[in-house]
Design a protein around this ligand. Structure first.
Ligand SMILES: NC(=O)c1ccc[n+]([C@@H]2O[C@H](COP(=O)([O-])OP(=O)(O)OC[C@H]3O[C@@H](n4cnc5c(N)ncnc54)[C@H](O)[C@@H]3O)[C@@H](O)[C@H]2O)c1
Length: 277
């Protein structure tokens, strides 16, 4: 996709599985050298091995992006191993703190707010802060902040997660504005449901059907489908796009909230048949 400078280096956080893994594999296929980061050491090493076996270049580094010094060490490692960073994909995610404690503003404990913001928001702040000097030395760079449509809509659960995603979008716009003329592009993605290992664990047939009733495309996305959007935003193909939050959600946010009950609200409308698979 597009053209990549010779020796382009990407850092992908949360790369041991799901969207991060798919993004790292895809970037490596494009000839980009990838520093893959995660807290799951064994899985992370497997991803790096998989990339290397396929002829790509990857280096695993275990860093908890919710800890500032570890994010600094991650960017240092990119400098040490590959000479710097051109692309930063802030993808690692904490879903609601320990034991799914993140429910609503009244009940979510401080520890869950703190951990959710540390990983989802501060991880991106620190990654961006430490990567920018390296990117500028190398003639510019690109940041992609992976987020969720939860950052746009209220829900009865995951108050901290949603707020952390909205903060990530604001950070994206500020970075694009303050550093655009200094060679840095920054964009975010508001993702809908992706069938990653974490998402699959929490999906019953009933829950999938409820989602399906609001999906405007044929199928739910696999991690590779979001990876291709991330790689597009990281590549020169998107060079005129910056400061944006691009929604990739199969149409969830595109329609009226009563879409799944449209036959009640608009009985005159043709019936919206569920897609047959
Ligand atoms: N899967 C979905 O349905 C969905 C929906 C909306 C948004 N997203 C977004 O897509 C991105 C990827 O989601 P996914 O479903 O692939 O997630 P996932 O849970 O499958 O993978 C996330 C990875 O991040 C790692 N991680 C967690 N905390 C970390 C930390 N502190 N430091 C380093 N790594 C850490 C995990 O070990 C894991 O490997 C996230 O930013 C998420 O917000 C996903």
């Amino acid at each position: 996709m597009g053209t990549w400078k010779n020796g382009t280096v990407a850092v992908v956080t949360g790369a041991a599985q799901g969207v991060g893994r798919a993004t790292a594999l895809r970037l490596a296929q494009e000839g980009v050298s990838v520093i893959v980061d995660d807290v799951q050491r064994d899985k992370l090493h497997s991803v790096a091995d998989e990339i290397t076996r396929a002829g790509g270049s990857a280096h695993p580094f275990v860093a908890d992006v919710g800890v500032q010094s570890e994010v600094a060490a991650l960017i240092d490692e990119a400098e040490r191993v590959y000479g710097g960073v051109d692309i930063l994909i802030n993808n690692a995610v904490a879903y609601g703190g320990p034991e799914e404690a993140d429910i609503n503003v009244e009940s979510t404990p401080d520890a869950a707010w703190d951990r959710t913001f540390a990983v989802n928001f501060y991880g991106a702040v620190w990654g961006t802060r430490y990567a920018i000097p390296s990117m500028q030395r190398r003639g510019g760079g690109v940041i992609v902040n992976v987020g969720s449509t939860s950052g746009f809509s209220g829900d009865t659960v995951h108050a901290a997660y949603a707020a952390s995603m909205a903060a990530k979008y604001s950070l994206t716009r500020s970075t694009a504005t303050s550093h655009g003329k200094r060679g840095i592009r920054a964009n975010a993605i508001a993702s809908g449901l992706i069938l990653s290992p974490t998402a699959r664990k929490n999906l019953s047939e009933e829950k999938l059907a409820a989602y399906d009733a609001n999906l405007l495309v044929e199928d739910f996305a696999e991690p590779e489908d979001l990876a291709s959007v991330i790689v597009f935003l990281a590549s020169s193909e998107s060079k005129y796009i910056t400061g944006q939050t691009l929604t990739a959600d199969g149409g969830f946010q595109a329609h009226q909230p009563w879409h799944a009950q449209n036959h009640i609200v608009h009985p005159q409308a043709p019936i919206h048949e569920p897609v047959l698979r």
